[in-house]
Design a binder for this molecule. Structure first.
Ligand code: SF4
Length: 133
């Protein structure tokens, strides 16, 4: 994978304190799916449930290559991340491989927020800097 810094500010940060790499962005959006279970009129894309899901192997490859530098992973762009059958496994994979000061983000339309999913999200997203018990 070839990395590109976001902008000259990131380049400057990397040059000054070496806290970041010039070759890898600190923020990475992993577009794990374009599928969504809603059809909002304001949505920028024509979203459907047609299986546009990032293959798990590609997802793991991207996560494997970026932890030394990445300080934030977002597991969404457009689409609903909770429709993935392996959503929890992906979150746990990122958590197991990220650096301690790196956070994980999602955005959800909330339609699939069962009590069990809420417990999962609270467990893995509210306490990200340490491994949930
Ligand atoms: S929930 Fe988000 S991704 Fe899904 S249709 Fe609505 S705006 Fe688009």
């Amino acid at each position: 994978m070839k990395y590109y810094p976001f902008n000259s500010y990131m380049q400057l940060q990397a040059d000054i304190n070496s806290a970041a790499a010039v070759t890898c962005p600190e923020k990475i959006y992993l577009d794990i799916t374009e599928d969504c279970n809603l059809h909002c009129s304001m949505c920028q894309d024509k979203i459907e449930m047609d299986g546009k899901i990032m293959p798990l192997e590609l997802f793991k490859k991207l996560v494997d290559e970026t932890p030394p530098f990445c300080k934030s992973y977002s597991l969404f762009i457009w689409g609903e991340p909770l429709v993935l059958d392996d959503f929890r496994a992906r979150v746990q994979y990122v958590h197991a491989n990220k650096r301690d000061d790196c956070n994980i983000e999602i955005s959800t339309n909330g339609m699939l927020l069962s009590n069990d999913m809420i417990r999962f999200l609270r467990r893995w997203f509210l306490f990200q800097r340490r491994t949930p018990a």
